[in-house]
Design a protein around this ligand. Structure first.
Ligand SMILES: *Cc1c(COP(=O)(O)O)cnc(C)c1O
Length: 280
């Protein structure tokens, strides 16, 4: 975390920013967040992220104490105070302090700046290794602070030599990764689930780019068998951008590295995000 953070109306040195032990995020895991990158001193796709942050807060019936202009002001101030050029910002809204340990009263708003380290370059050539894992996020449209399953299975991922899980739902469809959306390329068509997944901002812009490139897009469930037989597979997030999946449970997907459609999308993504770093 960088030196100066925002907490409930104040800019504070990070080591002095504290929540009381009665906060519902600590006692009950109740809270939401959003994360976006700072590129050339500007927040990327900030309107999309603030919109989703508000949706997530609504999903947990937590009132956001600032409007979008107010939030944007805080972000600008943090970028200036921390002299940020490249980095990331995490906005967090917690359930707030609860005397009875259960009832939300007044949420706490934190805006936390970070440095940015991109994933290792080789993943964009060879693809990452993914592991199928049965799990459904509780409130799929809400970016809640609950990453219990993703964090809990870290030793399992290490044991299997995988970097990321792919969550498989009760119907046997692959929905998403722990912090990324998920796509396959089958017969030249880009396919991605839309029901019961977090609607990623990267996902949204990547689908628009694919359409611009003339790549057909389908939003529908992706059965596990279809993934294993796919020509290519991709995960994407604000941190990763589009990243090829090389193997799933040790089995290569297509040629096992970045396929032709994935390469086109990665190149288009680079050009798109370099042209307008803040996402216009
Ligand atoms: C944050 C997140 C994503 C990625 O969303 P972006 O807006 O592209 O960063 C996807 N899935 C889950 C579960 C997430 O938490």
């Amino acid at each position: 975390m960088l030196a100066t953070v925002y907490l409930n109306g104040e800019y504070l040195p990070a080591e002095q920013a504290r929540l009381h032990v009665s906060d519902l995020s600590i006692l009950r895991g109740y809270g939401v967040f959003d994360y976006f990158r700072i590129v050339d001193g500007h927040p990327r796709f900030v309107d999309d992220h603030l919109h989703r942050f508000r949706n997530s807060a609504d999903g947990l019936h937590l009132p956001l104490p600032l409007d979008d202009a107010g939030l944007r002001g805080v972000i600008t101030e943090l970028v200036a105070r921390n002299d940020m050029d490249a980095g990331g910002i995490r906005c967090v809204l917690t359930g707030g302090y609860a005397d009875d340990g259960y009832t939300p009263a007044s949420p706490n708003l934190l805006v936390l700046p970070y440095g940015f380290t991109p994933p290792a370059e080789h993943y964009y050539e060879e693809g990452c290794a993914a592991m199928l894992h049965p799990y459904e996020r509780q409130l799929p449209r809400v970016k809640s602070i609950d990453y219990i399953e993703g964090i809990r299975i870290q030793p399992l991922l290490r044991e299997r030599g995988a970097q990321y899980p792919l969550y498989v739902d009760r119907s046997g469809n692959v929905r998403e990764s722990d912090r990324s959306n998920f796509f396959i390329v089958a017969g030249g068509t880009l396919v991605t689930p839309v029901d019961d997944v977090l609607l990623g901002v990267t996902r949204k812009h990547l689908l628009a780019l694919a359409t611009k490139l003339g790549i057909p897009v389908e939003e529908r469930p992706v059965p596990t068998d279809e993934l294993l037989a796919a020509d290519e597979a991709i995960i994407c997030s604000s941190i990763k951008g589009p990243m090829p999946i090389g193997r799933v449970d040790g089995q290569p997907i297509g040629g096992g590295g970045a396929g032709a459609v994935t390469r086109r999308l990665m190149a288009a993504w680079r050009a798109y995000t370099q042209e307008s770093p803040a996402g216009a």
